[in-house]
Design a protein around this ligand. Structure first.
Ligand code: GTP
Ligand code: SPV
Ligand code: MN
Length: 586
């Protein structure tokens, strides 16, 4: 399928290492993919679901010890520890290669090596990048074929170029103690062993499109961010684009596909989804910031997805979708998860494949169970989805899960202050990564698990981009859909109603909405957020927008500690912003 010497030499080298029985190139054809699906069904790796209700859909269960990203076992293997910075695990590249090659050695014996040529971004477009993933998992092949553009065309687009990313994935025996997700940014290489879970093994996603690409972006003057991209169309038919960074399982897919409240729908408002997880952004010829979604599908959180919360995501999963670690409804041969509806199946298997009693009190689907759905299935997919130029961004929004500190929405004073706002983001941990859930941790720009180099330099890169963008820079905001009242209930209805907040954001970008200055930035005026048709009182809104000086003073002290990590790599602009925040809080 290719005569590219660099590709063939590497495949040969890896073949000698892992020793497969055979090698299969993925050409991207439906016939080949269909044969692989049939094979996976035969071996039990996947279960074919009800063809009438869920055409072309499959269920897969991962090993029970392999259900989420493993941040503690994820490494940036740059030449120096300093280059990886204080927020990444680091391993010396020579040591890492030796350790990984020892684990990978002979691990494909009796198995097939699948060679997946894939493009992040439309095939052949100037801003797209190519990767080749070697894997011994059909599940990985089939997921990559949904999440990225795969096949022969990719090799054609690559030609003889040596500019591509190497990715080796070996399932091995899915041993937790020998699981490693390693990145070699200086060698454009990713090696992942002993896992079969999404974010650890679909190497185009977090490994390439964020960890490796963030490093490339710094060197080449663009940005790779953990951001959704959406277009909001107003009744005049004008579409403005927003990019938003929230940590894993904090609402990107939901916001990216939101359906406006009825009143707005009637007026003619629409939301178009460009992407739900990753944005590659660069400065366009017009000097503005333009964003592309390098992916081709959605690897979304299943629990909580339903006809009310996210009908577009649910529609996207009704054909050609792979479900991972959800409940199997045996009567209908369909799937179910917590929060889908109020009728859990009586005759069903849980995510582990065990007989499940829906009244027994145990969850049936894993909290990080996922769907892998083709982007083209999404009813609100943007007409710009395949555009190589991308879309111009008017506003950048940061956000996280904060029970108290962060108000519903606030605007930064300017780009530099906006970078500070992103750098001090903190959020409660979720089931998307292994470890404790619900613990507040610092997660600058939602990139703490995904920045492929020193985060102090990453902040500097953001500031640099702002200088280049000048007065064409997007305005920067922060949101929090997750504020709790004293009884522990969400104070804001969220989901579709988040559109009310997006409206304020876009109005601010056009200088149309009023705001009140607080120590942390600008919040909407008392009547700034439209509450019509909502069961939210003016008092509740005031509470949602309140900036508590005591909480924020504690927050500032905590930020000061966090910033110390970065030593002299912390840009002086950010320490200056912190000083100003402290002064305003006095
Ligand atoms: P990753 O795919 O891990 O990057 O996650 P994500 O950021 O795309 O998160 P997603 O949209 O899948 O939402 C994760 C969880 O947050 C789901 O259980 C949602 O139901 C919940 N959620 C999303 N938006 C809102 C909201 O506006 N309010 C509330 N209360 N919950 C929300
Ligand atoms: C996330 O955890 O942010 C995800 C899912 O989008 S994964 O692909 O596992 O990283
Ligand atoms: Mn994500």
């Amino acid at each position: 399928m290719t005569t590219n010497k660099s590709v063939l030499a590497w495949i040969e080298e890896m073949k000698n290492l892992v020793n497969p029985d055979s090698v299969v190139f993925i050409d991207g054809s439906e016939a080949q993919l269909e044969a692989l699906r049939a094979q996976a069904v035969k071996t039990g790796e996947m279960i074919k679901l009800n063809e009438e209700k869920l055409p072309g859909c499959y269920l897969h269960r991962t090993a029970v010890n392999d259900v989420a990203r493993v941040e503690g076992r994820t490494f940036i293997c740059a030449k120096t520890k300093e280059a990886a910075g204080p927020t990444n695990n680091w391993m010396d590249p020579a040591e890492a290669y030796k350790m990984l090659y020892d684990i990978a050695k002979g691990s494909y014996a009796g198995r097939t090596m699948y060679v997946i040529p894939y493009s992040m971004g439309p095939v052949g477009s100037e801003f797209s990048k190519i990767g080749i993933e070697l894997t011994d998992s059909i599940y990985v092949v089939l997921n990559m074929a949904i999440m990225t553009r795969v096949g022969e065309d990719v090799f054609k687009a690559l030609g003889d170029s040596e500019d591509w990313i190497k990715g080796l994935h070996c399932k091995c025996n899915i041993e937790e103690e020998n699981r490693y997700i390693c990145h070699f940014p200086e060698d454009n290489t990713i090696i992942s062993v002993n896992s079969g879970y999404g974010g650890n093994v679909l190497l185009g996603k977090k490994c390439f499109a964020l960890r490796i690409a963030s490093f490339l972006g710094k060197n080449e003057g663009w940005m790779a961010e953990h951001m959704l991209i959406l277009g909001l169309e107003n009744p005049k038919g004008e579409i403005k684009y927003i990019a938003a960074a929230f940590p894993s399982a904090c609402g990107k897919t939901n916001l990216a596909m939101l359906i406006p409240p009825e009143k707005y729908r009637k007026m003619g408002y629409k939301v178009w989804c460009v992407g739900d997880d990753i944005a590659w952004m660069r400065i366009g010829e017009d000097g503005r910031l333009w964003a592309v979604n390098p992916e081709n599908g959605f690897f979304g959180v299943a629990p909580g997805t339903n006809v009310k919360s996210n009908p577009n995501a649910l529609s996207s999963t009704q054909s050609g979708t792979i479900f991972t670690n959800v409940v199997h409804n045996l009567d209908e041969n369909t799937v179910w998860w917590e929060g889908l509806d109020k009728n859990p199946p009586k005759n069903a298997l849980n995510w582990k494949g065990e007989k499940w009693d829906c009244e027994g009190g145990e969850k049936g689907a894993h909290p990080n169970s996922r769907f892998t759905a083709p982007a083209k299935n999404c009813p609100c997919i943007s007409s710009e989805f395949d555009s190589s130029k991308g879309v111009p961004i008017s506003a950048i929004v940061f956000g996280g899960r904060r029970a108290k500190a962060a108000p519903l929405v606030y605007q930064s004073r300017d780009w530099q202050h906006g970078v500070f706002v992103g750098s001090v983001m903190a959020s409660e941990t979720t089931a998307a990564a292994t470890g404790a859930v619900g613990v507040v941790r610092h997660d600058p720009m939602a990139m703490i698990p995904f920045c492929g180099y020193h985060m102090g330099e990453y902040f500097a890169h953001w500031l640099e981009m702002g200088k280049k963008l000048g007065d064409k820079a997007p305005k920067i905001f922060n949101v929090n859909w997750f504020r709790l009242d004293d009884e522990g209930n969400f104070m804001w209805p969220g989901f579709g109603d988040n559109m009310r907040v997006l409206n304020w954001i876009l109005d601010r970008c056009e200088g149309k909405a009023d705001a009140v200055e607080t120590p942390i930035g600008y919040v909407p005026a008392a009547d700034g957020i439209d509450l019509e048709g909502l069961d939210v009182s003016k008092e509740t809104l005031a509470e949602l927008l309140n900036v508590d000086k005591e909480i924020w003073s504690a927050e500032a002290a905590d930020i000061e500690e966090f910033f110390k990590k970065f030593g002299d790599k912390l840009p002086k602009e950010l320490s200056a912003e912190l000083c100003e925040l402290k002064a305003r809080l006095k």
